[in-house]
Design a protein around this ligand. Sequence first.
Ligand code: HEC
Length: 170
Amino acid sequence: MKLSARITLLAILVPTFSFGTETPKHEDHEDHEAKTGVEILSPDLRDLLSREMEALQNGMMSIIPAYVSGNWAEIESTANKIKSSYILKQSLTEEQVKELHSTLPHEFIEKDQRFHYLAGMLEHAAKNKKPELINFYFSEMNESCVSCHSKFATHKFPALGAEKEGQNTH
Ligand code: HEC
């Protein structure tokens, strides 16, 4: 199956979520249900996560015009912002940090760390003015978005959830 090569990077089992914190589960996917914690985060923290994601996406999109025009300095600065502004690196209150760590599964933290690492590598590649490496890490970062969403955000991006049953048709 085509997906097998990616399975090592993508989560193997992608649970299906109901949207919202209190709503009942999807009847037809009951067997695959598993709460990951994102849905049960406190509203403040979840809101922060959403806004962080939007900022992340804007940052990623701004990299394309910078890349095609050779504006390495801008990429360096954007990558740096992404690296240091991402939610788990933000200055959250002590309680919120505790909540994140107790609510979110270890795998989420790992994926966040991986993403964070890649942003650092992108920053480094831009600093060294290496277009090939910039492109490589930019692409790795995109994959990292999909990897985490496939596992933890299928309630937001249901199309990513389809991969879990090996449905190669899109
Ligand atoms: C470590 C996990 C993780 C990584 C990495 C990640 N995301 Fe997300 N993202 C999530 C989760 C979880 C949600 C759903 C949040 C919710 O439902 O409250 C989400 C939601 C979003 C949303 C929707 C926000 C909203 O609430 O409307 C966007 C846009 C988004 N991500 C963009 C990105 C982009 C772009 C990247 C990569 C550059 C990325 N994400 C990387 C976990 C991640």
